[in-house]
Write a protein that binds this ligand. Structure first.
Ligand code: ADP
Ligand code: MG
Length: 699
């Protein structure tokens, strides 16, 4: 049986090498199993057959049953069309084809009964059906099993080679015939009998050929459940393995460094949330297990301070620590703020980024290896093989979603016993997504902002209100505040965006000649960028025109106005991140979203949500609903480390929760899936890991 599922579809009746190649190239389908798992995107009810005298153009897709009474090619050259007259006992209707004329003409059997499927329309003043699907009936019966017809996505290239939805459906019929009613089960028999789910063969058959909507729902449920169940099972099993086999450094000591810092250097009282989170992390790092923890906290909630205090615990236990940031600006800023916080303390800290000079780099490498350097702050440069620690005990990763899974896994190899990992993110991750993507991580949440912060006031302006905006900006600057103006910069249209940015810069200089304006963008060299940042941080520049390079982490408490130009081009979570650059001081802060006048419904909703709330979790939930999981966790890629064929993280939260509970129960009874009855689970996980899932030790 297993042979059959890996069998190349080339050997399926009616496919052959040419079609197989097309299926491979266009849809990445090679095996019988791939084909079976190519699910339809919709189903149309075909239980009803209309009489021709009932047909009118207001009907959606319909079916009629009858015979061809005439076939005629009309028009000339490129205008040719095939016009057929089709009749049942109640009348006649025209069927029209503009393409594949010869083929269709030759295939039609004037003596046979046919089932016609299509959308009635008007052409030349009469009702007709253009490019209908036709099926020759046997003894008056359709070959189609089931009443709901499945529709499959195909590409233009496939269509022009007669590989349309209908052709795929025919392949489905052949592939099910090949299995002879026995696609092997992929869940243990015990589970199947306990759970309210139908078996695999039944589900797969019903998703392609459902008898009715009820059966279709059952099929969907089973297939979604299975998909989510295996994801959860895998995540939870990894966690079991990690806790069982991977030892962690035991950070039992709270010593000199942390105590001294707490007593003499802490610039403000910790919030209760910060205290709680530090306690959770400390307990975790002291357990002897390796820590894998996600620290969630909205922008401005004070994660940096938590990171520092946690790193000091590592130092107290004679280990090194590193802090990795997604951009150079951010790494620099972390380095500076940590240096300030630690001023006067005997802690040796270094900064390593892409622009660290070679000479300096060599020294850093040496000091790391000898153990002299205690804390290393940097960018991706930390991942390079040349960077070797004497005894790395803790890695803090800031703004996790910018790092790939593989990059994080590399950190594990920086010490024989893997270091504790703390991943910090300001992107509030909705529960369903967190369970799917970060199910293996423990989570700490800073759910409180430092005291004295006033909620940021957000407004949405259309471009024609620019004069009002300028008056407002002027007013705020006169009060001593500073202003960010952010422009989108998106790879595909970089030059155009760049033009917008520089024009925006010139415009602001002209509009505010009495104030200093500076500009920062990703393509500047580091020295210029630093100089411009410094102007703004020191307060010499009043206005900073920038791209989203300032999105993460930049901290200028005196900046209280964030203007986001072309706000319609940003996603919700990005808008929220950008807005988080202000509201860091004691003054009332503002965020102004500038957009054009014509907005889609979705964009309008996004603006409304931003104006209504500053709650990151509410925004993340709304974002997930509006756009799906795509941009939440991976800014570039699909967001999920695996491909979901049928389940939807945004919509199937309940099934996900259920699948997780079932997976937890299975592992409770058999943590390493060693029992004979669970053999099938192990096999399936191995197969999935090979096929599509990009699992790794962290994430
Ligand atoms: P984020 O969580 O976005 O990384 P930061 O760590 O940059 O936030 O902190 C934001 C600002 O809040 C910084 O200026 C920081 O000094 C300040 N801050 C952090 N913790 C506290 C606190 N407990 N009380 C007052 N201010 C704090
Ligand atoms: Mg931060």
């Amino acid at each position: 049986m297993s042979d059959l599922s890996t069998q190349n579809i080339m050997y399926l009746p009616g496919v052959g090498p040419k079609r197989a190649e097309l299926m491979m190239k266009e849809l990445k389908i090679t095996s019988f199993e791939d084909l079976i798992y190519y699910f339809p995107f919709k189903h149309i009810d075909r239980s009803r057959i209309y009489l021709i005298n009932e047909v009118n153009i207001n009907l959606p897709y319909i079916q009629i049953k009858g015979r061809f009474t005439s076939l005629q090619t009309m028009g000339q050259a490129r205008q040719t069309r095939l016009v057929a007259t089709f009749s049942d006992r109640t009348g006649f209707i025209e069927l029209i084809w503009f393409k594949s004329i010869k083929q269709i003409k030759e295939s039609i059997d004037a003596n046979a009964e046919y089932l016609i499927f299509g959308k009635p329309s008007h052409f030349n003043g009469v009702i007709n059906i253009v490019h209908p699907e036709i099926e020759k009936l046997k003894d008056g019966k359709s070959m189609l099993p089931g009443n709901l017809q499945a529709f499959y996505n195909t590409t233009e290239k496939m269509k022009s080679n007669f590989l349309n939805s209908k052709a795929i459906q025919k392949m489905m019929i052949s592939v099910f015939a090949a299995f002879q009613g026995k696609i092997p089960e992929s869940l243990p028999a015990a589970l199947l009998s306990q759970l309210p789910i139908i078996n695999r063969h039944e589900a797969l058959h019903a998703i392609h050929f459902p008898q009715d909507t009820q059966q279709l729902e059952k099929a969907r449920f089973r297939l979604k459940f299975e998909e989510l169940f295996y994801i959860q099972l895998n995540i939870l099993r990894l966690r079991n393995q990690r806790t069982a086999h991977v030892h962690g450094h035991r950070f039992g000591i709270v010593g000199e460094h942390l105590n001294h810092f707490y007593a003499n250097h802490l610039p403000f009282e910790l919030t209760n949330a910060q205290k709680r989170v530090i306690k959770e992390i400390r307990k975790d790092m002291g357990s002897g297990r390796q820590m894998n923890r996600l620290l969630q906290g909205d922008v401005g909630s004070g994660k940096t301070l938590v990171a520092l205090m946690v790193m000091l615990i590592a130092l107290d236990n004679h280990y090194q620590a590193c802090l990795m940031a997604p951009t150079e600006i951010l790494a620099n800023q972390h380095f500076e703020s940590l240096t300030t916080l630690l001023k006067g303390m005997p802690v040796k800290m270094g900064l390593l980024t892409g622009s660290t000079k070679k000479k300096e780099r060599i020294i850093l490498h040496e000091q790391l290896r000898s153990g002299e350097l205690q804390i290393l702050v940097g960018t991706h440069a930390l991942l390079e093989d040349a960077v070797q620690f004497n005894n790395l005990g803790l890695v803090v990763i800031d703004e996790q979603h910018r790092f790939g899974v593989a990059q994080r896994a590399r950190l594990w190899r920086k010490n024989t016993t893997p270091p504790h990992i703390l991943v910090m993110t300001a992107t509030p991750i909705p529960r369903t997504l967190a369970m799917t993507v970060y199910g293996d991580l423990d989570v700490s949440v800073i759910d409180e902002l430092p005291p004295g912060r006033k909620p940021i006031q957000t407004e949405h302006y259309f471009h024609n209100k620019r004069n009002n905006l300028n008056r407002f900006i002027k007013n705020e600057i006169q009060k001593g505040r500073q202003v960010y103006v952010v422009y989108p910069l998106i790879e595909e249209s970089e030059s155009l965006d760049f033009k917008n940015l520089t024009e925006g810069y010139e415009y602001m200089q002209k509009a505010f000649p009495e104030y200093q304006t500076c500009m920062v963008h990703g393509k500047m060299n580091v020295a210029d960028k630093d100089a411009a940042m410094q102007l703004f941080i020191s307060g010499q520049a009043h206005i900073m025109v920038a791209t989203t390079v300032i999105e993460v982490g930049v901290n200028v408490p005196n900046a209280s106005v964030m203007v986001i130009e072309s706000a319609e081009r940003f996603g919700l979570s990005q808008l929220h991140q950008l807005r988080g650059r202000v509201g860091r001081g004691a003054d009332q802060s503002f965020c102004i979203l500038m957009t054009g006048n014509k907005l889609s419904d979705e964009t309008r909703k996004r603006m409304e949500i931003m104006v209504r709330t500053t709650d990151g979790f509410e925004i993340a939930e709304a974002d997930l609903k509006l756009r799906g999981p795509g941009d939440l966790s991976g800014t570039q890629q699909s967001g999920l480390p695996f491909e979901l064929k049928i389940a939807n993280i945004a919509k199937d939260g309940r099934i996900l929760q259920y699948a997780r509970e079932v997976a937890e129960k299975v592992l409770e009874n058999d943590p390493l899936l060693e029992k004979a009855e669970n053999h099938i689970l192990n096999k399936q996980l191995t197969k999935l890991a090979r096929q599509k899932m990009n699992w790794s030790m962290i994430s």
